[in-house]
Design a protein around this ligand. Structure first.
Ligand SMILES: Cc1cc2nc3c(=O)[nH]c(=O)nc-3n(C[C@H](O)[C@H](O)[C@H](O)COP(=O)(O)OP(=O)(O)OC[C@H]3O[C@@H](n4cnc5c(N)ncnc54)[C@H](O)[C@@H]3O)c2cc1C
Length: 436
């Protein structure tokens, strides 16, 4: 994937510039912190970050870069970062796991202490957390960006089928991505690949439709008698609707069938039981209903709809537990704000700036702006995007979409295919502090 650096073609359109600025830091939007990046001097505080994904790694990087001298420790259960964005291309056979896997060396070089371990308990009153090995870490402020965990109890038999490896979710990139790819490779020509999509909100609204396209692209080429059955619990495609529908028709007619209002109730092996019918699949991929990650739940951070963590959007500090900042997919989003890697990266920059200011006893930026761009592959080369800009509204204390900002691609195209790979490379470098 390093070779994709050559694809950092500048997009000089207004939309492209906005997207690029967001991926690369959006410094001017977050107040005047860019000038205080001088390390050294006495520590202004200890910040521990739980979760080294899009939100957590970015927060760790920017706390060090903007903080002057913040003592930053990043904890993740995994030794390396594996990206969900681009993982659907691995499922389709167009990229390898190595292409979406990165190390934490850049963050270590920046002075972030990186700890591999499972955070099992957070003691908010005592300002410390415990790891599975029994060790403890003390903090002045804590950042929690644990992503999502699955509400498998909502689909009968799902947890068992996942535990047995009969069914995959592949909604956290890693061994599940590999398993789903292997199942598709082993499926007979003439087999049925069924993909179940939960009701919104879930991580990455366009992600399941991109996955359907990648699976269909692979099967069309290698096992053309096969079928892709998209079982969507929602009444319609949830992101880039017209563009995905066009792709389904244009590239996958006769292979891909889209069924709305098809909520999965129960799983038995690879049999998907819906409300009014059963669907026998050869490969069953279930994107389970989701909520904020387990550690957010056990810490009492979940206070919206029993699923998500409410935050003060000026600081990303939890509205349930003081001193803890929550980022990314775990948060209850503002209107039109997707659960995306790009948005988690933006949350992290708001939080990093605010934490430094809070540690210094200064006022936080009262007018933050965040933005999002989400690319989706509809063939191995053709890509569509959706973009949005969100401005903090002091009256409603929420981020609101900026009228007239963002939008979607006019049509799928190969130039955006190059931009999508560049976006991924840029945001991985940004969050993991890879020198350019
Ligand atoms: C198939 C797919 C495609 C996607 N494509 C895109 C895309 O093109 N663009 C885009 O912007 N977004 C995309 N997304 C969404 C994106 O992956 C998520 O929105 C993003 O990962 C959220 O960041 P996060 O920091 O909230 O969580 P994550 O990135 O999931 O990070 C959470 C981290 O916390 C760690 N963790 C959790 N609990 C603990 C614990 N107790 N102890 C230690 N470590 C812990 C986990 O190991 C993980 O590394 C996609 C998602 C999927 C599934």
């Amino acid at each position: 994937m390093k070779g994709d650096r050559m694809h950092r073609t500048p997009d000089l359109s207004r939309r492209g510039l906005l997207a690029g600025a967001a991926a690369l830091g959006a410094l001017p939007l977050l107040g005047g912190l860019a000038g205080c990046a001088t390390p050294g001097g006495p520590s202004i505080g200890r910040v521990v970050v739980v979760g080294g994904g899009f939100g957590g790694a970015t927060a760790a990087r920017y706390l060090r870069m903007w903080g002057g001298n913040v003592d930053v420790t990043l904890v993740d259960r995994n030794p390396q970062f594996i990206s969900c964005p681009i993982s659907n291309l691995v499922v389709g056979g167009y990229k390898q796991m190595a292409d979406i896997t990165r190390g934490y060396e850049g963050l270590k070089a920046l002075g972030v202490k990186v700890v591999q371990g499972e955070v099992t308990a957070i003691d908010a009153a005592g300002r410390k957390l415990r790891l599975a090995d029994g060790s403890e870490l003390a903090y002045d402020r804590l950042v929690v960006s644990p992503g999502v965990d699955f509400m498998t109890e909502q689909v009968g038999g799902l947890q068992t089928a996942l535990d047995q490896g009969v069914v995959t979710h592949a909604w956290k990139a890693g061994p599940q991505t590999v398993a789903l790819r292997q199942q598709l490779e082993s499926m007979k020509d003439g087999g049925v690949f069924a993909l179940s999509i939960p009701k919104v909100p879930y991580r990455c609204p366009p992600g399941p439709y991109e996955r359907a396209c990648m699976a269909a692209a692979y099967l069309k080429q290698h096992k053309p008698k096969s079928k892709v059955l998209v079982l969507d619990a929602n009444p319609e495609v949830q992101s880039k609707k017209a563009l995905f529908e066009k792709a389904f028709q244009q590239h996958y007619a006769g292979i891909l069938e889209y069924r709305p209002n098809a909520e999965l109730k129960e799983v038995s092996g690879t049999l998907a039981k819906l409300e009014f019918e059963d669907v026998k699949a050869d490969v069953l991929n279930v994107v389970s209903p989701q909520r904020a990650g387990d550690i957010a739940k056990s810490t009492g951070l979940i206070n919206v709809n029993q699923r998500w963590a409410g935050v003060n959007w000026l600081t990303m500090e939890s509205t349930a537990v003081p001193g803890i900042h929550v980022l990314g997919d775990a948060t209850f989003p503002g209107p039109g704000m997707p659960k995306s890697g790009h948005m988690a990266n933006q949350h992290a920059k708001v939080a990093a700036a605010a934490i430094i200011q809070l540690l210094k006893g200064e006022a936080v930026n009262a007018t933050p702006v965040v933005m999002n761009t989400c690319y989706s592959f509809v063939t191995a080369r053709d890509v569509i995007h959706v973009a949005s800009v969100h401005q903090y509204d002091a009256t409603d204390k929420a981020f609101k979409p900026v009228p007239g900002s963002g939008g979607v691609s006019a049509a799928a195209n190969q130039i955006e295919g190059r931009y999508a790979l560049s976006w991924a490379q840029n945001i991985w470098d940004d969050m993991l502090a890879v020198p350019s």
